[in-house]
Design a protein around this ligand. Structure first.
Ligand code: PRP
Ligand code: URA
Length: 208
């Protein structure tokens, strides 16, 4: 299924600062939000439009406004939270769902601890937010939850992906389009993306 790598110069510039280990928590959060906004611009390129008649100060014209299915953004906690505000700047009317998962450090398998989704998720286009697509255990688990709840049109947005994670999503959920800012080299023995940016949750919230 389709993979979009948004390698716009602005995205590459911001990503370089995000990756730098000297970048502090506040700047990291701001940049992650900005990169998400730029990813969303591409991820939402196929939103449907309807013609509408409007009056400019000079004349009447046919313009175009968003139509079709309403939107939902779903963040995988914790780190996915940082991406929500970037998207809501573009589509403030989107509903927001949260899926709480953490990766067991030994098995690298996702452990679910929370799930709250819009009740009409099945009628919405869904954008799933997970900044790091590493083994894809978290994303695949979240995609299965969303589909069980009836979501049909889902895009996965990540800031950095590993080739292993992309392959796994494509094998398990071939209908899901993936939009990322970068595809890195590989996963290390602890399931971290190399070169990556480290632990996204820790860098966002200053934990460790
Ligand atoms: C991180 C990251 C992703 C997940 C990716 O979450 O935010 O959700 O790992 O790894 P995977 O593709 O191998 O599943 P983490 O478990 O560190 O939880 P956190 O967001 O609460 O810090
Ligand atoms: N989760 C992260 O936050 N970073 C990685 O590199 C892999 C998983």
């Amino acid at each position: 299924m389709k993979l979009t790598v948004v390698n716009h110069p602005l995205v590459q510039h911001k990503l370089a600062i995000l990756r730098d280990k000297h970048t502090g928590n506040k700047e990291f959060r701001e940049l992650a939000e900005e990169v998400t906004l730029l990813l969303a611009y591409e991820a939402m390129r196929d939103l449907e439009l309807d013609p509408v008649t409007i009056e400019t100060p000079l004349t009447t014209m046919t313009a175009h406004m968003l139509s079709g299915k309403k939107l939902a953004v779903v963040a995988i906690l914790r780190a996915g939270l940082v991406m929500v505000d970037g998207i809501l700047k573009l589509v403030p009317a989107a509903k927001v769902g949260h899926i709480g998962l953490y990766r067991d450090p030994e098995t690298l398998k996702p452990v679910e601890y929370y799930c709250k989704l819009p009740s009409d998720i099945a009628e919405r286009r869904v954008f799933l937010l997970d900044p790091m697509l590493a083994t894809a255990g978290s994303a695949v688990h979240a995609l299965s939850i969303l589909k069980r709840k009836g979501a049909q049109q889902i895009k996965l947005m990540s800031i950095i992906a590993a080739p292993e994670g992309i392959r796994r999503v494509q094998e398990t959920h071939p209908d899901v389009e993936i939009v990322v800012a970068a595809v890195d080299s590989h996963l290390n023995d602890h399931g971290y993306i190399v070169p990556g940016l480290g632990d996204a949750g820790d860098r966002i919230y200053g934990t460790r």
